[in-house]
Design a protein around this ligand. Sequence first.
Ligand code: KG4
Ligand code: ZN
Length: 391
Amino acid sequence: MKILAIETSCDDTCVALASQKGDKFLIEKEIISSQTKIHQKWGGVYPTAAKREHQKNIVPIIEKILKNEKRVEGFSFSEKKLTKIETFLAKDGLLKKRLLSFLNNSVKPKIDLIAVTKGPGLEPCLWVGVNTAKSLSYFWNVPIVGVNHIEAHILINFLKDGKILDIKKYMPAVCLVVSGGHTQLILMKDLFDYQIIGETRDDAAGEAFDKTARVLGLSYPGGPAIEKLISKYRNIEISRCRNFEINLPRPMIHSKNFDFSFSGLKTAVLYFVKKQPRKIRKSKIFKVCLAKEIQNAIVEVLVKKTIRAAREFRAKSIILGGGVSANSSLRSVFKKKIMKNFYQLNFLVPEKKFSTDNASMVAFAGYLRFRKFGKDNWKNLEADANLIIGT
Ligand code: KG4
Ligand code: ZN
């Protein structure tokens, strides 16, 4: 089957086309239109601007993705349906204009399923994807499934080299989902059987990277910026960092529960920087040392709590997902700890391109959902900014 997938939960407009046959699942095309440059001046995502960008970009991207796809012969164009879509998109001026013109000029592509992120995320952004997907599903009469963004970040780990893994073999698993909006530890007992065992009480891990990077004068998104700075100066001697006596807190690292708290980290960094004489504050080496300590603090807390959860819940696997899982230090610290002390644990990390937001993961999660539960009713499909995994 062929799956068209749409993801607009945050600041990237992502569309993918995938095909499935037996246990083979191939991502044929993916286009991601990043809004990073637009949001850089705010140091974070500005929802109204993000929504407008999605509205501008989504239809041209879908058009490009479907350009050379086979068409369904004998598809009858319906003026009535078009009018209904026009009413239904009344409040989405920009999207309506582009979508109607596209549908007016297009024929039905040979796709069997439309998968779309319905939450969690930024509500105005989610609606752009959901409304687009609903319109296409209705107009072309193609089944639709709504996908949970967090679940998609987890499930993409079960796609390796174009093959669907035997998910049962990895269960139960402890999943750490770390992104700009979420930090959750989820016990996955089986496919579609989840229990949240811990989450952040304030800022997400990605947010901590973004906010502290801003203090360092680095650009948004902060995680990759911090990682790049550290990598560029990886040859500086550790002893030089010792001179600055940087000791950031490891928030909640010893707490008995599996919750996190990262907002204090930004404050600690801010105070520490303010205390320094101007000359030190402005020095490159100081910034690099501080960046390293920020990364270490976040990584240590995440690794420690995840491994403790895996032991307590007798998990067979640890699974990572979300933008922060692209971090090389997080990956390597996990790998080292697991190989040294818990070598029987499976460790699944997404390919780097699948760590940050993408529509391939939505195609894959959508397919697995469709296989198990069938299609959703397009009329009832709604965006839900606070959608909880497993509900
Ligand atoms: O999953 P994602 O792309 O979007 C959300 O669903 O939020 O995650 C984005 C977050 C940002 O906070 C970004 O700074 C962080 O992931 N991130 C990283 C890295 N790449 C992205 N954090 C640390 N290291 C990275 N290499
Ligand atoms: Zn995400």
